[in-house]
Ligand binder design. Structure first.
Ligand SMILES: NC(=O)C1=CN([C@@H]2O[C@H](COP(=O)(O)OP(=O)(O)OC[C@H]3O[C@@H](n4cnc5c(N)ncnc54)[C@H](O)[C@@H]3O)[C@@H](O)[C@H]2O)[C@@H](O)CC1
Ligand SMILES: Nc1ncnc2c1ncn2[C@@H]1O[C@H](COP(=O)(O)OP(=O)(O)O)[C@@H](O)[C@H]1O
Length: 288
């Protein structure tokens, strides 16, 4: 077992810093979010808003064209591109981080796109939801993640973690336990792994396993994980190295959940309330 510790305010305070006076949007991190499908445009909206409210300078959403009207109305700050264009974007260097998966659906076409990004893009990639499910279904032994040299971030909930573990020929989270499951995934893939749920875990081979100290049961509501994807992608795009970005992202997302709980209560809060509380959470961390 890796060394364990807690993700605390004091730690996150050293990761997220006040912005330099002369900074411009091109230096605040360009994020590409590949997400959404017909019936799940909301997942792309939540991930994009999560990134924008976590300081991303520019956010682009790659999605099916049928979703553009919804996306540009719900997130006017973001630009859109057709998901069919992404494949020709061989080296997407203009993006400082790419997030793939929320509400994307699972099929072979999406799998080929994910494979291409994992091979060609040499920045941090956040894989969530159907990004993980596609790999679990089509990528034997998760070879495309294992081969990667640049940072890969996996953010499964226990159901998604079970699918990834099965692809690796391993037992389920229930049988292995949360810590062992997260560490096994990290060890076998070389990725930074965040295992969601009460007491979110963040682990990276040889760097220890950390338990998040923020968050509450009110966050068990559809779309709250999609917001987290955007938060982590934005922090990674700002230049913070992957393991620290994931730890800080988990903490701030949970903190936004705690602010949403204060404002709306555990029963009534939704993922939009979490996303809307992100600015207050960042302000508490940075003091501005
Ligand atoms: N507005 C939208 O467009 C939304 C789209 N979403 C997308 O819907 C797709 C399917 O995701 P789902 O997560 O609903 O479906 P999944 O089939 O991946 O997961 C659902 C099941 O996973 C297990 N699970 C989840 N969290 C768990 C936990 N903390 N402990 C134990 N078991 C747990 C449970 O068995 C649960 O029924 C994803 O692409 C996701 O991004 C969802 O995020 C909801 C909102
Ligand atoms: N009981 C809980 N306590 C703290 N955080 C929780 C709890 N339940 C869910 N969460 C958090 O809410 C988010 C749920 O993400 P996920 O399961 O991917 O949902 P979705 O797919 O609907 O977006 C995760 O960040 C998870 O850690």
């Amino acid at each position: 077992m890796e060394n364990t510790g807690l993700i605390t305010f004091e730690y996150v305070n050293t990761v997220i810093k006040e912005r330099p006076k002369e900074i411009h949007k091109g230096q605040c991190g360009r994020v590409l979010i590949i997400a959404g499908s017909v019936g799940m445009a909301g997942a792309a909206v939540l991930a994009a808003r999560g990134a924008l409210k976590s300081g991303a300078g520019l956010v682009r959403i790659a999605a099916p064209e049928e979703l553009f009207d919804i996306l540009q109305t719900a997130v006017p700050q973001a630009t859109c591109m057709s998901i069919s264009e992404v494949i020709s974007l061989r080296s997407a260097e203009i993006y400082k981080a790419i997030a793939i998966g929320p509400g994307m659906g699972v099929d072979e076409k999406n799998y080929f796109l994910i494979k291409e990004i994992l091979r060609e893009y040499d920045g941090p990639v956040v894989l969530d939801a159907d990004g993980l499910n596609s790999l679990a279904r089509f990528d034997e032994n998760l070879e495309n993640i294992r081969q990667r040299k640049s940072p890969t971030i996996l953010t499964p909930h226990p159901g998604e973690a079970d699918r990834l573990l099965a692809a690796l020929g391993e037992n389920s989270v229930k049988l292995l336990g949360r810590i062992k499951s997260a560490e096994l995934l990290a060890e076998k893939t070389g990725a930074v792994v965040l295992l969601k749920g009460a007491g979110t875990l963040v682990t990276f081979k040889g760097n220890g396993t950390y338990i998040n100290t923020t968050g509450n049961p009110g966050m068990a509501t559809g779309g709250s994980g999609d917001v987290l994807t955007g938060v982590i992608a934005a922090i990674a795009a700002s230049g913070v190295e992957a393991f620290s970005a994931v730890k800080a992202g988990a903490f701030i997302h949970g903190m936004a959940g705690d602010i949403a709980e204060e404002r709306h209560g555990q029963w009534g809060m939704t993922s939009v309330d979490i996303e809307e509380a992100l600015p207050a959470a960042f302000k508490k961390i940075v003091g501005k």
